[in-house]
Design a protein. Structure first.
Length: 184
């Protein structure tokens, strides 16, 4: 009888704790909507047309760097608020060669079509290990939820290779590639 009472007490206590826990907000996962593959350093050459679904991040022997600019757009979904959190994620991609570590930066200006020049890389937003699925943030857990650039609900980042010999590529889709996970 004592054993049954202990189990019953435990279940009652566990139920009370779960019901008292705050509800978590439902989150959204946004795939990148537009990608631009570019050379680096400046002056950059645009390697792909606007709206491509192909991403390439590479560097060979410390030169011939290729970066990808990714855009995220949220029309039709609740916009992030000042209390929102945003995480950058790369998932379900083919295995990278090299370190599998990428760097993320904001841009100094919005990229639009047709892309004629590349804005400067602005704020460092961390390193990400894409050897894991989904990627693992190494030093920056959250990115700014700055979706309202010029009155348009989008935001952009540039993805760069971390080391001197890295290659990562994918075809962006609703389940593969770069994503922003956010809570409204």
């Amino acid at each position: 009888m004592k054993g049954i009472f202990s189990i019953t007490t435990f279940l009652t206590l566990a139920s009370a704790l779960v019901s008292a826990a705050p509800l978590t907000k439902r989150g959204f996962s946004l795939p990148a909507t537009n990608l631009f593959v570019i050379t680096n350093p400046a002056p950059a050459t645009i390697l792909t047309p606007y709206g491509t679904t192909n991403a390439v991040i590479s560097i060979t022997d410390g030169s011939n760097e290729i970066d990808t600019i990714v855009s995220f757009n949220i029309p039709g979904l609740p916009a992030p608020s000042s209390a929102s959190t945003c995480q950058f994620v790369i998932q379900n991609i083919p295995p990278p060669t090299g370190s599998g570590i990428v760097q993320l930066f904001t841009l100094g200006a919005e990229v639009t079509s047709p892309l004629t020049s590349v804005p400067f890389y602005n704020q460092y937003e961390g390193q990400y290990d894409v050897n894991t699925n989904p990627s693992t943030p190494i030093d920056v857990q959250f990115v700014p939820c700055n979706f309202d650039a010029n009155g348009v609900l989008d935001m952009q980042f540039v993805i760069r290779p971390q080391n001197t010999d890295d290659y990562i590529s994918w075809w962006q889709s609703p389940t593969v590639g770069a994503f922003i996970d956010y809570t409204p």
